[in-house]
Design a protein around this ligand. Sequence first.
Ligand code: ARG
Length: 579
Amino acid sequence: MKELIQTLIKQALASLVNENILPNDLNVTIQIDNTKDKSHGDFASNIALMLAKPANMKPRDLAEKLLASLPQHDEISKIEIAGPGFLNFFQNSQALATKLDEVLSDPRLLVTKTTPTQRVVIDMSSPNLAKEMHVGHLRSTIIGDAVGRVTEFLGDTVIRQNHVGDWGTQFGMLLAYMEEHPNHAENQLSDLENFYRAAKKRFDESPEFATKAREMVVKLQAGDKGCLTLWTKFNDISLGHCQQIYDRLDVKLTRQDVRGESAYNEDLPKIIETLKAKNMLSISDGAQCIFLDGFKNKEGEPLGMIVQKADGGYLYSTTDLAAIRYRNDVLKADRCLYFVDQRQSLHFDMLFVAARQAGFAKPALDLEHMGFGTMNGEDGKPFKTRDGGVVKLVDLLNDAEQKAYDLAKQLNPDMSDEECKKIAHAIGIGAVKYADLSKHRTSDYTFSFDNMLSLVGNTAPYLLYAYTRTAGVLRTANKTIEQLDGKIVLEAEQEKDLAAHLMLFTETLNSVSSKGLPHLLCNYLYELAKLFSTFYEECPVLKAQTTAQQQSRLRLTALTGRTLKQGLELLGLVPLERM
Ligand code: ARG
């Protein structure tokens, strides 16, 4: 619809140019907005205000001229001038209804990508394997998953990359400890945090152990067989823990998506060579550094990115350069999205500039750091356990499911235990995910079970419930979507409002993917659920006055349900038919 209006305005502008009312060197983007208040039409354009100056006219006068030149079109019933010179467009309800009937008949809801399809790499989750995954990695996993799903649904090829930290000096200590306790690895590693602490304690207390740990690093890096076996075992167990969490979170990540830092080991010397050949390296305190134009520290001195330490060791940045080269050359990416804590933004800013300068990333490759804020506890401080420790993800998810189970039992005392557990999973895990997804990615947010499990407001339980309500209506009417007859007719205001909002689904998904902002979809679905609720209160469906009216309203209900379901699934939630 917006495109149609743009085309019509373009035609009107062209005829005003012909009449010499407008200069012919116009270079203007025609912006079309959705109106908030439908009594002012469905779409609005400020084009007359934008062009009043070049036309040397009052905006309202120019709007009059434009109105006179705008071609007629079936899908638009009326155009009005409002305020200082806005053009308001009223959609033809019948054309809208016909369009919605088409959407309903398509299982993909006629969703298409507005730009050409691409190969998109999503760098997500990426925990450090030496430690237990904690809430900090929750955001990357959940937000990356939602954006990945939406992007895939739009037709892009999505390649998920779990860039786990599986290499580095801390592994010496862990492997030395594993070697000391050969038969207990499986058991001990079931609690990585304790394992890490125990190893660290040994390291601090025993000089012999510390020496051994340092030797281990060297041996590991030199490719010693025994060390590598230990290391592989360690990573296997650690990745197994991560996978359990991903499965529990219903996140689309598998072992195939893991490509950790160690995978780039052999590339690192070549990365340094290339940088040298491109004259990009300078020595600073014995280390190899890249200095880039425009990056300065607080004192205004040039800020360097270290890529090789004085002792020859490589760094996080070196590995990331190698990863970009791999994504560019091997994965043939058009776009790489990094879902990583905002506090790493300087690292990514420098990394991207350096990668381009070195030719690791072709100019057309989009590199975007999709940073996110911190998750805080209800005291407003970064999330911690009562004794100040890091909150473990498993504990958090257990709590969420338990609370949701209690809620489900309370609402349906007669429900079977099995059914309650299923609902508890959908609501509990859904609530944790939705609470995160519904906030703007870049803002910090407060983790609160009470808020996220509330049945009112922009929460998972509210939206999941809204979906079951639409499913319930169809069940009572004893109809599946395929069995719905008749067609949509829009009469009441509530029907028109709901219909207009349903039409915005494609546009919303395109924005989520291009901006990496899942909260746009959450807001869309929340709005949809509220509009449906108003419609359902004001427009009887099962008790409609005529069969035709009932058919139309059932179709609107079905389309709302299908859109809610699709939207929730794209966010990684599990909509249920009953709850
Ligand atoms: N392992 C890192 C951390 O926990 C995140 C890695 C993000 N991805 C990347 N390509 N740097 O902080």
